[in-house]
Design a protein around this ligand. Structure first.
Ligand code: URC
Length: 274
C-alpha cells in the first residue's frame, strides 16, 4: 500500500495588526486579523525536509506588516496585493489565499475609539494566476420584536413547539459573497451589501427565518451587481415567552427567556441564474 501526501497548504494564521493614520491630532484606525495560506510544489518539505521551496511563515507575517506601512485601503484590495505578491515571490508557490477580518471601531474623539459590535467585515482572496475575491460580514446581531410568525409545519409524535403568530426573530448574520470580477469599488459594495442585509431583515414580514434569509440574499444581489452569489448562515436566536403564571402574573409579550443552545441554524446560498 503506497502512502502519498494529499492536499496541503501552510501559512501564518491570525496576524493581528493595527494601523494608525495620523492627521495632526485626528487619527484613524484600521484593526485587522490576517491569515495567509500558500500552496504549490511543496512535497519536498513534507517528504524530505528540504525547505528550499518554502516561503517561511515568518516571512509571510513580515510581508503582511510591511504591506500595511503605506496604507491598507479596502481589505479586498490589500488581500489581492498580498496574494499576488506571494505567488510572484517563488516559482514553487502556485496559490495564495489571504483571509482578513476587519474589526469595527466607533470614534469617541480625535484619537479615542470604542470597539463596536456592528459586525466584522470579511475578505477572502485566492490567487493562482486568476483572482477570486469574496467579501462578507459576520457577528452582525439583529432582532425584530414582532412581524415574525412560525406556523403551518407538520406535527408528529415528537412535535411540542406551539405555533406562533407573533414572536421575536433574532440572529447573528454570517454572510459571504462572491464577486464576479476584481474591478469593484470594494468599499461601496460592502456598505451597500451590509445596508441591504439590514434593510431586508427589518422590512420583511417573516413566516420563517428561511424566508427572511432568502429576502436578505435577494436584496444584496439586487443592489450590488458585482456580487454573483451570497451564502448566508443564520443562527435562530430563540426567545421563549416566559410563563409568569406561577407568580400570578400575565405575560403579554413582555418577558422572554433567551435560549443559548441548541439553536436552529438556517443556511442557504442565493445566486444569479446563469
Ligand atoms: O424560522 C424558523 N424556521 C424553522 O425551521 C424553525 N424550526 C423551529 O423549531 N423554529 C423555527 N423557526
Amino acid at each position: 500500500m503506497a502512502i502519498v501526501l494529499g492536499e496541503n497548504q501552510y501559512g501564518k494564521a491570525e496576524n493581528r495588526l493595527v494601523r494608525v493614520e495620523r492627521d495632526g491630532d485626528e487619527h484613524w484606525l484600521v484593526d485587522l486579523n490576517v491569515s495567509t495560506a500558500l500552496a504549490g510544489d511543496l512535497a519536498d518539505t513534507h517528504l524530505t525536509g528540504a525547505n528550499d521551496k518554502v516561503l517561511a511563515t515568518d516571512t509571510q507575517k513580515n510581508t503582511v506588516l510591511a504591506f500595511a506601512r503605506d496604507g491598507i485601503g479596502q481589505i479586498e484590495a490589500y488581500g489581492l496585493r498580498l496574494a499576488k505578491h506571494f505567488v510572484g515571490q517563488l516559482p514553487s508557490i502556485h496559490r495564495a489565499q489571504v483571509e482578513i477580518e476587519q474589526y469595527p471601531w466607533t470614534r469617541l474623539g480625535p484619537h479615542s475609539f470604542s470597539r463596536s459590535g456592528e459586525g466584522t467585515r470579511l475578505a477572502k482572496v485566492t490567487y493562482d494566476g486568476e483572482a477570486t475575491v469574496e467579501g462578507g460580514i459576520k457577528d452582525l446581531t439583529v432582532l425584530n420584536t414582532t412581524d415574525s410568525e412560525f406556523w403551518g409545519y407538520p406535527r408528529d409524535e415528537y412535535t411540542t413547539l406551539p405555533e406562533t403568530k407573533d414572536r421575536i426573530l433574532a440572529t447573528a448574520v454570517d454572510a459571504r459573497w462572491l464577486f464576479s470580477s476584481t474591478g469593484v469599488d470594494w468599499g461601496k459594495a460592502y456598505d451597500t451589501a451590509r445596508a441591504s442585509l439590514l434593510e431586508a431583515f427589518t422590512n420583511t414580514y417573516s413566516y420563517s427565518l428561511q424566508q427572511t434569509l432568502y429576502a436578505m440574499g435577494t436584496r444584496v444581489l439586487e443592489t450590488v451587481p458585482e456580487i454573483a452569489e451570497i451564502r448566508l448562515s443564520l443562527p435562530n436566536k430563540h426567545h421563549y415567552l416566559t410563563d409568569l403564571s406561577p407568580f400570578g402574573l400575565d405575560n403579554p409579550g413582555v418577558v422572554f427567556h433567551v435560549g443559548d443552545r441548541p439553536y436552529g441554524l438556517i443556511e442557504a446560498t442565493v445566486r444569479r441564474e446563469p
